[in-house]
Design a protein around this ligand. Structure first.
Ligand SMILES: Nc1ncnc2c1ncn2[C@@H]1O[C@H](COP(=O)(O)OP(=O)(O)OP(=O)(O)O)[C@@H](O)[C@H]1O
Ligand SMILES: [Mg+2]
Length: 261
């Protein structure tokens, strides 16, 4: 069995699918046999990032007991492979969630690197994915509202025995309201392993159905994602964390809201 990494955040819209798609292509470009699974069974959209929409056999069919997982793996751009979840509502109706755990384990056994893109929240799909992924990458935007969700995800993942690889801080800007790397590390008690800037190329790439890693290899967000890929497979040192001022009183309030005092 190779390396399986679950990409989770708790909060919606932090960039899980964008990062899964581009990180997957970046890992494939490093020569790793990489497969991305869209585990967002209800609101799938990984296929749009990879230009793989409308495939005949998807995770929906596998979870309905109609197909083997091997039949739902497709060659995507840049040498990455992907399992689309399926975007059709009639496919979703047939899904038997009890099959998910077995399917994830079977897929993990087959892949050198498996990235699992999960939905937001902490529902049963996320729980199964958190317990399957050997390592968890937590995706957060540098906002106070993202922190409690990602902290809950981290706590659940640790209870399930997963290793937290680190936090990816996505959509950072130079706005003074952004939490700093040091603040995020203090709140989550987890290292920030990548800082991905807000980058208009990300949205342009989605519109062009080509992952940004292929379309704009020198875009700032892409450079950060490629560095993360190299770091994940041990080909580059972790990014140094810049020295920043300590956190504010907010950190204690947030933790007080989640943990019993
Ligand atoms: N670094 C970035 N710069 C600019 N836009 C970004 C960046 N990362 C993500 N986005 C944009 O943010 C939006 C949400 O991204 P994405 O769908 O990847 O989030 P998600 O966490 O998978 O959402 P969901 O919880 O709904 O699955 C998209 O429009 C995407 O293009
Ligand atoms: Mg998503």
């Amino acid at each position: 069995m190779g390396l399986s990494i679950t990409i989770a955040s708790g909060k919606g819209g932090t960039g899980k699918t964008t990062i899964s798609a581009n990180l997957g292509v970046a890992l494939a470009q490093l020569g790793k046999d990489t497969t991305i699974l869209d585990a967002d069974i209800g609101m799938a959209n990984l296929e749009l990032h990879l230009g793989l929409e409308g495939m005949k056999t998807t995770l929906h069919n596998v979870l309905a007991g109609e197909a083997d997982i091997k039949d739902a793996i497709y060659d995507g751009p840049g040498g990455v492979r992907a399992v689309p979840a399926g975007m059709r509502l009639d496919g979703l109706r047939k899904v038997e969630y009890d099959r998910l755990k077995g399917v994830l384990h079977e897929l993990a056994e087959m892949c050198e690197v498996l990235l699992i893109d999960v939905p937001s929240g902490i529902g049963r799909t996320v729980i199964v994915a958190l317990s399957t992924g050997e390592e968890i990458l937590l995706i957060a935007t540098p906002e106070i509202s993202a922190m409690s969700d990602v902290l809950k995800t981290k706590i659940v993942a640790k209870k399930l025995g997963a290793t937290i690889r680190g936090v990816v801080l996505n959509r950072t800007s130079f706005d003074s309201s952004d939490l700093t790397v040091k603040e995020v590390e203090k709140i989550l008690e987890t290292k920030v392993v990548a800082v991905i800037p807000e980058d208009a190329e990300i949205k342009r790439s989605l519109a062009s159905e080509q992952p940004a890693v292929l379309r704009s290899p020198n875009a700032p967000a892409v450079v950060a994602i490629k560095r993360l890929a190299a770091n994940l497979v041990g080909e580059e040192e972790e990014q140094p964390t810049p020295l920043e001022p300590p956190g504010k009183g907010f950190i204690e309030r947030l933790k007080g809201g989640i943990f019993k005092r």
